[in-house]
Design a protein around this ligand. Structure first.
Ligand SMILES: [Fe+2]
Length: 250
């Protein structure tokens, strides 16, 4: 069974379509999404519609912000949340279509456990709130060790920071490059960040996701037409810096 695990699409439809085409060509059986399908980007409706076909959809902090209240968001992110909300309630679209999008948002769960893997958006113990940063391995190793103990299976997959890589015992952070894009599970606990489809922040603007098959995790980076996403930003009142950061992968 080959499973694609994707996260943090952030309403970037050209990035999502390019990743889905790559997935279709990679003999994948199912797609699991770790949340933040929406927020920041120009096409929340289209991305949510495509995500309705995924086998697992977890709640991200941006879905939570749209459903409840945008807690811990800066003013710019808050404004993007409000705009996204309006898009999902658009009176130009059929009422049933809006209702199905909200029902879909409402159905997203916080975590998913299956065999030897555990899935969450942020961290296993605080699925939509907590960040696990690369520097935590140095600055707060106790936190990383606590996180390893906070869920049952030995491997967890997360998103949220938009930085792909492996948190392994030590704790230490291993970049996908260090392992040539392929990581073998089974040697102790690990928390794997799949990176972001629609707003990577590790200096590489290409979309990031992983394919898992048995004990093997393959990190993939896919170039997509960023200019197209930028053009679509221009048709919205969303702040320009949200479009510009895509070109730098920051
Ligand atoms: Fe995110």
């Amino acid at each position: 069974m080959r499973t694609a695990i994707i996260s943090d699409i952030h309403a970037n439809l050209p990035a999502l379509e390019t990743v889905l085409a790559d997935i279709a060509g990679a003999g994948v059986d199912r797609i699991y999404c770790l949340g933040d399908v929406i927020g920041y980007g120009p096409q929340p409706r289209e991305c949510l519609q495509l995500s309705q076909k995924f086998e697992v959809n977890l709640l991200g902090n941006h879905e939570e912000a749209v459903l409840f209240d945008p807690i811990g968001f800066n003013p710019r992110a808050k404004a993007a949340v409000e705009w996204t909300k309006q898009q999902l309630m658009s009176s130009d679209r059929p009422r049933e279509e809006n209702a199905s999008l909200w029902k879909h948002l409402d159905s997203m769960k916080q975590t998913h456990e299956e065999g030897d893997i555990f899935l969450a958006h942020g961290t296993p113990r605080e699925p939509t709130r907590e960040y696990l940063f690369v520097q935590d391995c140095k600055d707060d190793p106790a936190k990383v060790n606590e996180l390893f103990e906070s869920y049952g299976p030995s491997t967890a997959f997360v998103g949220h920071t938009h930085v792909a890589g492996i948190f392994a015992e030590g704790p230490r952070f291993i970049t996908p490059k260090e392992v040539d894009g392929k990581y073998q599970l089974g040697s102790g606990n690990s928390i794997i960040n799949v990176g972001s489809v629609g707003q990577p922040r590790d200096g590489d603007p290409r979309a990031s996701y992983v394919i898992v098959e048995q004990d093997q995790v393959e990190f993939r980076r896919i170039a997509y037409p960023i200019e197209e996403t930028m053009r679509r930003f221009k048709r919205t009142p969303l702040p320009e810096n949200l479009a510009l950061r895509l070109t730098e992968g920051r």
